[in-house]
Write a protein that binds this ligand. Structure first.
Ligand SMILES: C[S@@+](CC[C@H](N)C(=O)[O-])C[C@H]1O[C@@H](n2cnc3c(N)ncnc32)[C@H](O)[C@@H]1O
Length: 340
């Protein structure tokens, strides 16, 4: 429907968050000068490689048309619309679509803040398209910043990040529980990390990664999302600690036996669909990535069936906390036994 509504594609076409590469391939077929970008590295891997943009926007190549598969979150629409409006010419047009069940009028409002003309198509085949033109750059609202007293951190977030700059209830339970076994953080974050090597898997806004860095860990945040990693870097900087970031589906090339601690509020969705596959894969790989004696701490919805996988993939697993919704687990990678 996005292609139907866009009509013929000529000139410079930028394709944003094209889940399966179909929009990009059609624009190439029509002879347009095409660049494409996906926030999620898994979706980006499906794009024709020669057409992947180096970053979300580049000042020396301004598109005539943007084809955009809208995110579900209004904040994600608002943030990206701001970035587009700062980049596009007034005559550039945006053709953005999604399933009707994932769209709300608030998305039109979010687009209207950055584009003077916004109109909606009629719905068809359960989908709808928004047309936007006359970009009008506004003072950006994103990334947003919030002080979160429960964890004594300032959190910054881009718009399409899990829970943006708020503290998720599960993450809160996880950090409260882990905080009981880690030493109290020093008054000022240490200049050299001495507590060990830690990974925040699925780092989102970087709350967990930054919380660990404040406690003296050398931390890497891993996420599929470019917006998540950008947010993690901003959150770490706002709290005056260093956190490394890696955009990867799962642990990727993380070396075996390289981490003392892995902490995660793991993914339970891919796009709109519930999907535990990445978490099962993460648990399996965590057993390799942890050093002997290292620990994996997770929080998850208590109905999710991760306990057998944790025991098989990592080692002895205990439930450290539980509330009405979540459990927090601690899994110990078996230390090496001395010979004899
Ligand atoms: C439940 S959120 C947790 C975010 C953050 N750690 C927090 O506690 O607020 C899960 C995160 O995992 C990321 N994610 C999803 N699938 C992933 C995968 N296969 N590999 C790495 N990260 C993934 C998502 O982008 C999201 O940021």
């Amino acid at each position: 429907m996005i292609l139907d509504e866009a009509g013929s594609l000529t000139g410079r076409v930028f394709v944003l968050d094209d889940v399966d590469g179909a929009l990009t391939r059609e624009a190439i077929r029509q002879g347009a000068d095409v660049r494409a970008w996906c926030d999620d590295v898994r979706e980006q891997a499906r794009l024709p490689r020669a057409h992947v943009a180096e970053s979300g926007s580049s000042p020396d190549w301004v598109p005539d048309t943007v084809l955009w598969r809208l995110p579900r979150s209004v904040s994600g629409v608002e943030d990206t619309a701001e970035v587009l409006a700062g980049w596009l010419a007034p005559a550039s047009r945006v053709v953005a679509g999604a399933r009707v069940k994932h769209m709300t009028p608030a998305q039109n409002t979010a687009l209207s803040r950055s584009f003077a003309q916004v109109s909606a198509s009629l719905g068809r085949q359960k989908s709808r398209v928004l047309h936007a033109t006359c970009a009008r750059p506004m003072p950006p609202r994103w990334p947003t910043r919030r002080y979160v007293p429960e964890v004594d951190l300032t959190v910054l977030s881009r718009g399409d990040v899990f829970n943006t700059n708020r503290l998720d209830d599960g993450t809160h339970l996880l950090l409260r529980t882990l905080g009981r076994v880690l030493p109290t953080p020093p008054a000022r974050p240490p200049s050299v990390p001495t507590a060990g090597v830690a990974i925040d898997f699925g780092c989102g806004s970087g709350i967990i990664a930054t919380w660990l860095a404040v406690r003296g860990f050398a931390v890497t945040g891993i996420d599929v999302s470019q917006q998540a990693l950008a947010s993690t870097r901003l959150t770490a900087a706002a709290n005056r600690v260093a956190v490394g970031t890696r955009r990867s589906d799962g642990f990727g090339r993380t070396p075996a036996a390289s981490a003392d601690l892995i902490v995660s509020n793991p993914p339970f969705h891919q796009g709109a669909a519930k999907d535990s596959t990445p978490t099962f894969e993460m648990i399996r790989r965590a057993g390799e990535v942890l050093r002997p004696g290292g620990e994996l701490w997770l929080v998850f919805n208590s109905h999710l069936p991760y306990l057998p996988a944790l025991r098989a993939g990592v080692g002895v697993t205990t439930i450290e906390a539980r509330d009405r919704t979540y459990i927090v687990t601690r899994s110990l990678k078996q230390p090496d036994c001395p010979e004899g």
